[in-house]
Design a protein around this ligand. Structure first.
Ligand SMILES: N[C@@H](CCC(=O)N[C@@H](CS)C(=O)NCC(=O)O)C(=O)O
Length: 274
């Protein structure tokens, strides 16, 4: 995969000092009868467990029971993660997390047991609502924490942190009396938000200066939703590694030059009953 290394940098900024995320360059899908066929053992997922974008893919892989079909391993820089690699053609299939989770959601259904194939985290009847929510959640929350943390000017920082917290306020209302974001079932919208919120109090609040409020003290409905996913669904808990998350964010020398790793918050996530 050395032919496909990326020279993209996480610290890309525009003239105003605002973080600009580079776009992903490999955008293929896995489909029967097409170039990339669903096959067990053919594809490999490269991740970093600290990375919220890679974490999305790890959760979907687990939810769909793809552990024996798509292997995974950590990779250290050079290219962005997640990367879905085709061992047969020796090429990257896709390096865009929002598409890799769609591939995992349905691309391997033909070779999965019936009960796993039946699981659909992007159901037709909810797609419009999921897409609409994903759009603003991506801009202001998933990427919003990065825009806040990587801002190189006061102005860029403040114009990212405000929309971030406005969106958290909006999500808090959406989750009032609800277990999931869209419909009454777990969808990719929950997965995409989870990987940011689980890092919020432990990394983004301190290291990225996303500190108007914490999730645990400022957002009871989001906190309840978060705890439910973490404690009641192993696909979330088993793919979440708090030590790795804390260390990796603290090691970003451009924003934390001492690389001292914060101890708190304690606990990393509250117990279900708190
Ligand atoms: N759009 C990509 C973004 C992935 C991304 O930015 N990943 C980070 C890690 S959290 C990365 O690999 N950055 C490149 C680097 O650190 O060199 C996706 O969602 O898949």
């Amino acid at each position: 995969m050395s032919n496909h290394t990326s020279n993209q940098s996480v610290v890309t900024a525009n003239k105003q000092g605002a973080f600009v995320r580079p776009s992903s360059s490999f955008r293929n899908f896995i489909e029967k009868g097409e170039e990339f066929e669903p096959e067990a053992g053919r594809y490999h997922l490269y991740v970093s467990v600290a990375c919220p974008w890679a974490h999305r893919a790890l959760i979907l892989r687990k939810l769909k029971g793809l552990e024996d079909i798509v292997c995974q391993s950590p990779v250290f820089r050079k290219f962005t993660v997640p990367v879905l690699w085709d061992k047969k053609k020796e090429t990257i299939v896709n390096n865009e997390s929002s598409e890799i989770i769609r591939i995992f959601n349905s691309g391997f259904n033909d070779i999965l047991p019936t009960e796993k194939a039946a699981l659909n985290f992007y159901p037709k009847e909810l797609q419009k609502e999921i897409d609409e929510l994903n759009e603003w959640v991506y801009e202001t929350v998933n990427n919003g924490v990065y825009k806040t943390g990587f801002a190189k000017t006061q102005e860029a920082y403040e114009s990212a942190i405000r929309p971030l917290f406005d969106s958290l306020d909006r999500l808090e209302k959406i989750l009032y009396g609800k277990e999931y974001l869209v419909g009454d079932r777990l969808t990719e919208a929950d997965v995409r938000l989870y990987t940011t919120i689980i890092r919020f109090d432990t990394a983004y609040h301190g290291i990225f200066k996303c500190n108007l409020r914490t999730i645990r003290d400022g957002y009871p409905n989001i906190n309840k939703w978060l705890k439910n996913l973490y404690w009641n669904n192993d696909a979330f808990k088993s793919t979440t590694d708090f030590d790795h998350i804390k260390t990796n964010y603290a090691f970003m020398a451009h924003i934390n030059p001492t690389q001292v790793v914060p101890l708190g918050p304690i606990p990393n996530i509250e117990p279900l009953t708190a």
